[in-house]
Design a protein around this ligand. Structure first.
Ligand SMILES: O=P(O)(O)OC[C@H]1O[C@](O)(CO)[C@@H](O)[C@@H]1O
Ligand SMILES: O=C[C@H](O)[C@H](O)COP(=O)(O)O
Length: 937
């Protein structure tokens, strides 16, 4: 059967198909074109795959199989699908390849457009695909970018078939031709065979006209004096450009340099006309076929254009016709100021961008399919945001996609944040992604831990809160010790834990990344002494385990004191991001939790947030964009509303968000444990996040969310189908915090203002050690059991409090900094006062127990958004607790911390008032509550 397409072959031109799709391959579409039309090759690109895989359900069975068969990430899923198609196409073309002795019969796959700016990455990816697909008639497409050209030489030298894509400019084509020659010469010089290597230079045609003609049309419309001359060039420049490229090719293959390679059996690098479907409906649909017919060239044609050519194409060797005319067209374009060089340069950048966008769309589509398949195995997130905030989030996600944030974040590109050392603090990404923990060793440790009745974890902030959430949400397994977390210097708190344990049957974790934090160090010496007294001198060490970064002071102490174990942290993970590392996993193992399955469940989220998942489909990015944009819109009070079983996560979220983002006068102020109110209680500075565990009662927060939503408040709902999905939230929020940090424009991995309070405290404690004195200052008022410390007096207690609260402005917040024992009763008393203030002043309220919050929200209170108005509560420790070998007691340390904290707050211009309770704490809180109510009345 004759075919006009096939007849192009008689004129020396090969026809390739610029299309690929699974059913087309499997149902014999390609085989038919080979047989009927003499098609001898296939090209693919990211847009072609996006059209094939990203729409419809043809690939769903494979996607299901891949996801179910190993819960792989979307990049892997895409590659499996693409590789399968490319192999099928290559195998279908293999008889052609064999018949022509390797002269044709190729199928091309493109390296990821994300790598277009990196020679090394392009080479590595090309080699990986070459090995993976493993077909002699494969061509790897490398873009003709600055970084791509040297890759062409190296890949050719390495023996790969290369198709150089996105060529628009003559000069770049010449550079690419040179790279091919140099690659072959390198092989020849090394005595390697050059005869089995093929290469094509893909010269893009229609896209040039699309650009030039748009400029022409605009100028004509604007009444350009040269309108007639301009119009005459419509649809002509790209073809003229291509003709000159072909002239260069003809020259090159007659050169001595080429001839000597040809003598060794080398094949010329053929010109391939790409982008040959007509984009402008006013031009003939076969324009870029008819006009580009020439010997030893290829035209890669999409199906519709091929049909059109089969129907009404013209067979003539046009490429060598009227070359002078082509020169005149280009000269005329130049005379008319049509900047071909500028346009072709821009087209390369655009081309990479377009293919990256197509890849993003495809990976996003696969991510969505994967999420649907995983169903409840992956935690859900729904957001109901006011219109402008939703728009800002959408815009941000799209910008983040275009700027490659997801990949840049995973690759540690510090320019996402402040360009500082952020890249050195991303170990938590890997902690979630791969097994960094020796699970076997952890299982052995868990078996050892069974002999203990209780476990006490001594650590502050990030070094204890993750373990506390795990204990609170997952609980311990039968037969394993009960975990108590002690993150305080409060004598009452310490006494409560001491009373709850049998020191001789308790395992102690001393958990500190730096190994120099004061509280765990003091607590270690307190409990070590206690155990020594119970178990006998020299025997305590075997009940102690250190979790600390290598080389820390704690590690040394642990060795000296004969600790049972020392677990080493990863120095590239900051404390607040450390839960999925040994800091969370070691205590979890001691509680009998199956760390392996917890991490496996977590990994589904990690994969959903992987670098190849575009921001919009990436659950961590989505949350981060919401948080970041909410902050930018003034909604910086992230109000945490967990269902009952998830309550412990609030404190962990607080430390993560506040310490990471609250600096330079910006960031998130997390609001935890503030009872949920009616819409009227809230201003427009909130973002509500509800976390719900399946099986929990909808309860208060759940029930009021709809009303808040209706009132136009932004509400995010996160759902967990099971307790072991808590790890997914750890990872999601860590990523979200890093993303929010990038949006807010701060370094989410430092904590500059925490250090200031630490320093002040240390100065006070050291002075006390020397002098035995701690100067708490003189109160401005004593009223019953309460003493008030303030910058100036203002009448009675209620008046002082009134003046204090009058400093609250819209968008500000009221903070309770309570240096008292953390207990349900005290928490409830604070919550009641918080509600009084919120409802009276429509401001957010926060509360923290000192010194616990110093290692968490303390950063944001001092360094974060201004407007915090702080009421510090202190009391004399009674009974107090001595610290072995020290003059200062725990009570003195705690008071030093309270005073140091206040000094720094004052230095930062924060509004403060201290109320000191004499005698019974509970009674003092009741009295204070009464005064707060009076002050607000
Ligand atoms: O683990 P470390 O070094 O004892 O620090 C405990 C906590 O203190 C902080 O450094 C803040 O003071 C937190 O970032 C950290 O989680
Ligand atoms: O190799 C083929 C090219 O990727 C393709 O021809 C580009 O065509 P387009 O410009 O129509 O997208």
């Amino acid at each position: 059967m004759t075919s006009r397409v096939r007849d192009l072959g008689t004129l020396g031109q090969a026809v390739w198909l610029d299309f690929l799709e699974r059913s087309f391959l499997t149902e014999g579409g390609l085989a038919r074109l080979i047989a009927q039309d003499g098609v001898t090759g296939v090209t693919s690109n990211p847009s072609i795959f996006e059209k094939a895989i990203g729409h419809g359900d043809a690939y769903d069975p494979d996607i299901i199989q891949l996801v179910e068969g190993g819960a792989r990430g979307v990049g892997d899923v895409y590659e499996e699908l693409a590789v399968t198609d490319i192999r099928t196409a290559a195998d279908t073309l293999r008889p052609v390849y064999d018949q022509l002795g390797g002269a044709d019969g190729y199928v091309s796959i493109e390296v990821s457009p994300y790598l277009a700016d990196s020679t090394a990455d392009t080479i590595a990816e090309a080699r990986r695909l070459w090995t993976e697909i493993d077909r002699p008639n494969l061509m790897i497409k490398v873009p003709g970018t600055k970084a791509g050209v040297p890759a062409v030489r190296r890949l050719t030298a390495a023996g790969l078939n290369v198709n150089i894509t996105l060529l628009f400019a003559l000069d770049t084509y010449k550079a690419v031709a040179e790279a091919y020659l140099a690659g072959l010469e390198a092989r020849a010089a090394g005595g390697e065979d050059v005869s089995r290597i093929a290469s094509v230079a893909s010269f893009f045609v229609s896209r040039i006209d699309t650009r030039i003609d748009t400029v022409i049309d605009a100028r004509v419309k604007a009444g350009d004096a040269e309108a007639e001359a301009l119009r005459a060039l419509r649809g002509k420049v790209a073809i003229a450009n291509a003709k000159l490229a072909y002239q260069y090719y003809l020259e090159l293959i007659t050169s001595d340099r080429w001839q000597s390679l040809a003598a060794r059996g080398a094949r010329p690098q053929r010109l391939l006309w790409a982008s040959t479907s007509t984009k402008d409906a006013s031009l003939p649909d076969v324009l870029y076929i008819d006009a580009l017919v020439g010997r030893d060239t290829i035209n890669t044609i999409p199906p519709k254009t091929m049909d059109a050519f089969r129907d009404h194409g013209t067979l003539a060797e046009t490429l060598v016709e009227d070359v002078d005319g082509a020169c005149r067209v280009l000269a005329e374009a130049d005379r008319l100021g049509l900047d071909l060089a500028g346009i072709t340069a821009a087209l390369v950048v655009d081309g990479v961008g377009q293919f990256a966008a197509a890849s993003d769309a495809l990976l996003g589509a696969i991510a969505e399919k994967r999420a649907a398949l995983l169903g409840e195995r992956i935690n859900g997130l729904r957001a109901s945001l006011p219109g402008p905030l939703q728009d800002a989030v959408d815009t941000r996600l799209e910008a983040a996609r275009a700027e490659g944030w997801s990949r840049r974040l995973w690759h540690g590109d510090a320019s996402l944040w402040t360009g500082g050392d952020e890249g050195a603090w991303l170990g938590w990404l890997q902690a979630g992604a791969v097994d960094r923990i020796d699970l076997e060793d952890l299982a052995a440790f868990a078996a050892e831990a069974r002999s203990f009745k209780d476990a006490v974890l001594l650590g502050m902030g990030g070094s204890s809160l993750g373990a506390e959430v795990i204990a609170g949400v997952l609980g311990r397994a039968e037969g394993y010790p009960r975990l108590h977390v002690l993150d305080s210097s409060d004598p009452g708190q310490i006494a409560t834990v001491t009373a709850a344990i049998d020191p001789g049957r308790t395992l102690f974790f001393v958990s500190s990344k730096s190994g120099s934090t004061m509280e765990p160090d003091l607590l270690r010496s307190y409990f070590f002494d206690l155990v020594e007294r119970a178990a006998g001198t020299g025997r305590a060490g075997r009940q102690f385990v250190a979790i600390t970064d290598p080389g820390s002071a704690l590690e040394r102490t642990a060795r000296t004191d004969g600790f049972a174990r020392v677990f080493a942290g990863d120095p590239s993970i900051g404390g607040r991001y450390s839960v999925l590392s040994v800091f969370g996993m070691v205590p979890a193992a001691a509680m009998g939790i199956d760390v392996g399955s917890l991490l496996a469940a977590t990994r589904l989220m990690v994969q959903s947030c992987a670098p190849d998942v575009p921001p919009k489909a990436n659950p961590g990015f989505r949350l981060g964009a919401i948080i970041g944009e909410a902050v930018k819109a003034g909604r910086n009070k992230l109000t945490i509303l967990p269902s009952a079983s998830l309550k412990p996560i609030g404190a962990w979220l607080e430390q993560l968000l506040a310490e990471s983002t609250g600096k330079q006068g910006r960031g998130v102020v997390p609001v935890d444990l503030e009872p949920v109110g009616d819409p009227a209680a809230y201003d427009d500075d909130r973002l509500f996040v509800h976390l719900h565990l399946a099986g929990d009662q909808v309860g208060e927060p759940g029930a009021r969310l709809a009303a808040l939503e209706k009132a136009g408040q932004p509400v995010v709902r996160i759902t967990l189908a099971g307790r072991d999905r808590i790890g997914q939230e750890f990872f999601r929020w860590e990523l979200a915090t890093a993303v929010a940090g990038a949006i807010i424009g701060i370094d989410p991995f430092d904590q500059p203002d925490v250090e200031a309070a630490k320093l002040k405290t240390r100065t006070l404690v050291d002075a006390y050690e020397r002098t035995g004195l701690l100067e708490p200052g003189a109160p401005v008022l004593r009223e019953g059991a309460l003493s008030f410390f303030a910058e100036r007096s203002a009448g009675d207690g209620a008046a002082l409090l009134r003046t204090h609260f009058e400093a609250l402005r819209p968008g500000g917040y009221a903070g309770f900094l309570a240096y008292i024992e953390r207990s349900d009763v005290h928490e409830a008393a604070l919550a009641r006062m918080r509600v009084l203030i919120r409802d009276a002043r429509r401001v957010a309220t926060v509360a923290g127990f000192g010194p616990r919050f110093l290692h968490s929200t303390g950063q944001a209170y001092k360094g974060g958004p201004p407007g915090g108005v702080f009421l510090e509560i202190t009391r004399d420790a009674d009974p107090d607790l001595a610290i072995p070998g020290r003059r200062a007691s725990f009570g003195t340390v705690q008071m030093s911390q309270a005073l140091g904290d206040l000094e720094v707050l004052a230095e930062r211009g924060r509004r403060w008032l201290r109320v000191h309770i004499d005698g019974d704490t509970q009674a003092g809180l009741v009295a204070l509550e009464r005064l707060v109510a009076a002050a607000l009345a």
